[in-house]
Design a binder for this molecule. Structure first.
Ligand code: SAH
Length: 347
């Protein structure tokens, strides 16, 4: 029988599992603490677990983690890892160093089938969603690397904004978040966790009802269906007249403000008129806007808006009472910035 990966289970699932192995439920918490608080690298390290049960754990479970295939460090300290999964597939994970902490950007799928025209990740097409242990594994591997650099550093913030559409792999992403958010696990605060979606309406509604205090970001990128249809195929299935009401409902259910990501692409979505339309569109949602200077990728002809254009657009939003920021860019010299992840290991 194939071993199950021990990093696949939420605390609740692990406790149930322990009971099914004739153990007391508290074993779940005990194992969780070894895995996430003490960062055990083997079952044999778990000194308060009997030898006989450690043997059983070794027989039934693996502790396999993704392997570091390549590691790049940018001049601004951004770290990009290409990780190899057990079936040989590769994914990327990025770490950004902020004043307030270390923020990891995890991938949710191998490839992506959303097909956004401006994004390099979408060129790969989805191969499969990541398993829970592969999501958790990205954080553990990065934490171990950070500890080597400086024993005081660890992942404090997390965004699910790497390759893939998290709401296309919903259940695994939610269980992953339960594990890293658990006070008995990695204990990354809910307010430090953000999931970004291109707008899969039914799962936005589910997410609002999960009762987790985590953040939602929505890749909007256009103030009208006319423009959004041109760049995001998902808009055909969930156009703005479906997306926006789902976000109003999300706000009612979760009481959490959401962020709109808006890439600034020259002559496509960056005019004053677009800014005014955007204001009207998102007013009912209580959302705020994060303007992202477009990162050019060689496979298409989209160009980044000028800094002047970005600032004028920003000003219109602010003057109209919409909270808005311009995203700081990380790691573009190692292709680690937004939209540049593509699991390329041929260069
Ligand atoms: N599928 C999810 C998660 C990916 S998040 C989503 O769509 O939200 C990655 C963010 O980077 C998204 O907002 C995406 O639209 C944005 N992005 C993609 N390509 C980009 C590029 N070339 N320059 C800047 N941002 C980009």
């Amino acid at each position: 029988m194939e071993k199950e990966n021990i990093y696949s289970f939420t605390l609740e699932q692990l406790s149930t599992k322990m009971v099914s192995l004739n153990q007391k439920p508290y074993r779940g918490k005990q194992l969780f603490s070894w895995l996430y608080k003490k960062d055990a690298t083997s079952f044999d390290m778990m000194s308060d677990v009997s030898k006989a049960f450690r043997k059983e754990l070794n027989e039934k479970f693996s502790m396999n983690l993704p392997k570091i295939f390549t590691k790049q460090i940018s001049s601004d300290g951004t770290i990009k890892l290409l990780l190899e999964l057990e079936d040989g597939k590769k994914i990327e994970t990025v770490l950004m160093k902020y004043i307030y902490g270390d923020s990891i950007c995890v991938s949710s799928e191998v490839g992506c089938s959303m097909g956004c025209k401006f994004c390099a990740s979408g060129l790969l097409k989805k191969v499969r969603g990541l398993k829970v242990n592969e999501l958790v594994g990205q954080v553990i591997v990065m934490n171990r690397l950070l500890k080597e650099i400086d024993s005081n550093r660890r992942v404090t913030h997390l965004v699910v904004m790497g390759t893939g559409e998290p709401f296309d792999n919903y259940d695994n992403v939610i269980n992953f978040i339960r594990i890293i958010n658990s006070q008995f696990g990695l204990d990354i605060g809910a307010r430090h966790i953000t999931v970004s979606t291109c707008g899969i309406v039914p799962n936005i509604l589910r997410y609002g009802k999960e009762g987790l205090q985590i953040n939602l970001a929505v890749s909007l990128h256009a103030p009208s269906n006319e423009i959004r249809d041109k760049i995001m195929p998902i808009n055909k299935m969930y156009p703005l007249e479906k997306l926006i009401p789902s976000l109003v409902q999300y706000y009612k259910d979760s009481k959490r403000e959401m962020t709109f990501e808006y890439i600034m692409i020259k002559d496509l979505n960056d005019s004053d008129e677009c800014a005014y339309k955007l204001v009207e569109l998102i007013k009912p949602t209580h959302g705020f806007v994060n303007l992202i200077p477009y990162n050019e990728v060689i496979e298409n002809d989209f160009k980044r808006s000028s800094n002047n254009r970005i600032h004028s657009f920003h000003k219109i939003l602010l003057d109209s009472g919409i909270k808005a920021t311009i995203r700081k860019e990380f790691g573009s010299d190692i292709d680690a910035a937004c939209g540049q992840l593509r699991a390329r290991y041929d260069k």
